[in-house]
Design a protein around this ligand. Structure first.
Ligand code: GTQ
Length: 348
């Protein structure tokens, strides 16, 4: 093991300057920073954004900035450890809170990053994806996969807020991020048949059986059903096991999107859950209930609609503060990307 590697200062200045003038760098002064021993270097801080703090600012944005001047009226949850201007909650995950007001539409576009919406509050919001009009009720997960046209609207009263999660940091980081705009889509499926087709796990329309897989058959995951399934899963899950559901592509059984994974956790009354330590970074959004999150030694109390971020290789313990009511969390992680890169790890 070479602990004492040569530094830039150990080199003759004319040699080092000559390298720089030829766009060359010696590896050895930076080798340990690029490849630290045992554990990655992490700048991501354990974070909690309280909805009570974010909501008033978002409502103010509604007064200050008309939708035409914003396209998407979003406040981005930025991890200070990564620099606010890079728009990252974790190295790979972008999280924004988007506000749409009654009667507004956010224009139709498609882009290379993958995106999802997770509804935080309000009624009457909808997203049109691939011509399918998907209602947005609190807790619903809506996919807008790479390359699929999507536009948003609001037919109800009062503000509608949802959380956007994108792999923008990854796609931007590889200089592949761009979008295309087009006139509003014609709604070809107002009944969001995708939800109906895959309503019951274990069965699906026969015609789908031999299909080439590779698209996104299911775009909306209603919270009502996920919550009910969590409750039923709890009844067959041992006390020391997590009540944890993965959102999947029903045709492949795999993750719904190429880079980001989505899941829902139920913390039973009084439960403390020590998560398996993993290589993936992640964010949690509180759907219902309250509790405490201990992330790499930083303890924070959370309540409904708060959002948290945890770095790669984090130690995470989640506790339900209530002895009588469950707490529900929505989780976004970059485990699919780690798996594709061949670097996914679980520890303990
Ligand atoms: O709603 O399509 O937060 O394109 C960032 C980029 C939301 C969206 C964001 C987007 C959108």
């Amino acid at each position: 093991m070479s602990n004492e590697l040569g530094r830039v200062e150990d080199l003759p200045p004319d040699y080092y300057n000559g390298l720089v003038s030829r766009n060359l760098m010696p590896l050895w002064p930076s080798l340990r920073a690029a490849l630290p021993y045992g554990k990655p270097a992490r700048n991501t801080q354990p974070m909690l954004w309280r909805y009570a703090d974010v909501r008033p600012e978002l409502m103010r944005a509604g007064e200050l900035t008309p939708i035409e001047k914003a396209e998407r009226r979003v406040l981005v949850l930025c991890n200070p450890g990564l620099g606010l201007d890079t728009l990252r909650a974790t190295p790979t995950i972008y999280i924004g809170l988007q506000l749409i007001l009654p009667g507004e539409t956010a224009p139709n576009h498609k882009h290379t990053p993958s995106a999802v919406r997770f509804v935080v509050e309000g009624n009457g919001g909808y997203t049109v994806v691939r011509g399918e009009k998907l209602p947005m009720e609190k807790g619903d997960l809506i996919l807008t996969p790479p390359g699929l046209w999507h536009q948003h609207g609001h037919e109800g009263t009062g503000p509608v807020v949802w959380l956007d999660a994108l792999d923008l940091p990854v796609v931007y980081g590889i200089e592949a991020s761009y979008c295309t705009e087009a006139p509003l889509q014609t709604i070809t499926d107002p009944k969001n048949a995708n939800v109906t087709r895959f309503r019951q796990g274990g069965v699906m329309p026969y015609s789908r059986l031999q299909r080439v897989r590779g698209d996104y058959p299911l775009l909306r995951f209603p919270w009502k059903e996920v919550k009910q399934t969590l409750g039923e899963l709890a009844s067959v899950t041992a006390k020391d096991e997590a009540v944890h559901l993965a959102y999947i592509n029903p045709e492949t059984g795999q993750e719904c999107l190429p880079t980001l994974g989505f899941s829902a956790l139920m913390l039973r009354p009084g439960e403390t859950l020590k998560m398996t330590k993993r290589s993936a970074s992640c964010c949690f959004h509180v759907v219902e209930g309250e509790g405490t999150a201990l992330i790499d030694g930083v303890s924070q109390k959370f309540t409904e609609a708060d959002t948290m971020a945890a770095p790669t290789h984090a130690e995470i313990t989640l506790s339900n503060a209530s002895g009588t009511t469950p707490t529900y969390l929505f989780m976004v992680d970059d485990a699919p990307l780690h798996r594709k890169l061949g670097i996914y790890e679980e520890f303990n």
